[in-house]
Design a protein around this ligand. Sequence first.
Ligand code: GLN
Length: 401
Amino acid sequence: MAPDCARSPKNIMPAVHIKSKLPALPTTIFTTMTQLANQHGAINLGQGFPDFDMDNHLQDLVLKAMRSGNNQYAHTFGNPALRQILSQKIEKIYGNPIQAETEITITPGGTYAISNALTGILREGDEVIVFEPCFDSYIPNIRILGAVPVTIPLNFPDYSIPWDKVKSRITSRTRMILINSPHNPTGTILSESDIESLRSIVAGTEIMILSDEVYEHLIFDKKQHLSILQYPDLFERSYVAFSLGKVFHCTGWKVGYVVAPEYLMKEFRNHHQFNVFSVQSAVQAAMAEYLENEEVYMQLPEVFQAKRDLFLDVMKGSQFQPIPSYGSYFQCFRFPEEVRMSSADYAMFLTREAGVASIPVSAFYGNKEDNRVLRFCFAKKDETLTNAAERLQNATIPIQN
Ligand code: GLN
């Protein structure tokens, strides 16, 4: 018999006083929209994850790694063979001879890589320049450290970076600039002129760069991903975050890596070793073998561009106007003025009434700035995209006064 206990969910009173470090923080929009999609049986083009399986060969390699004993703690900084193959890949693609032992750390995903890099560096009162809309973990990650996010809105509707504004927001407390390309949620990418502007702002200062490049290989229209890794003068003051889950269609495996010069990586590792200690061993061993075949990532732009193009095609003639996307999993669309609802309300309305979930881009602004744009994830089976578009084409525009 269960012991007699007067505790029930109804009568739990706080035993101690706590002051929330992140008061009034809502549940992430990804969780909210995924729950709503599940509740209404909607097609989920909200949260960014593929609905198709990863390469069977990669699954076989994980099984093989488990069967051959890769089941105990991996090396704290990551499977040495995986770090080695990643350093070769980086040298080949970006021409940077990264040291596998000291300059790469395998992480449980890109979000962790970003938060751990911030944790290792930021002190109370440090300012971090963040462009909005931005991935929703950045700002809470900065604030919980007592540091200050200095938010700058991207130009609308092309979502380019207003570099003049950036210059005017630099102060003696500016410690870091956080950039993201290919960009979530908008699908924009950095250009050479962005790199030049960034260089002119940070040269000769104490400002560091944190570059979120988790969608590295998902880039379209024959454009090249410009990585901070390929600019030695920028790399020497940077952390660069990547995701293996995102590019190889296994977001649930939560595996990524961070690259930084040794003196910065030391700070990252100090915290990492006492935080997560190490990352799942079988997945790392499998990835090390999988990456030996460069075709597995070289083909990704084509595969994902075909999905973006299909989605744009099947959405033609609908109420939604596309904003160009050159990379990532995402395609943004503006919706008509006649819809007298906020983006957040319209995203929920479409989930319930049309059966397609999206993410309102307003959720990626601290002040919820609303340009009437919805983000759709096209990392889905072709039939999912076609079915979703059919539902969206048929959705009646709710005209309310
Ligand atoms: N990166 C994914 C997106 O933008 C979701 C990540 C998450 O759910 N935390 O949709």
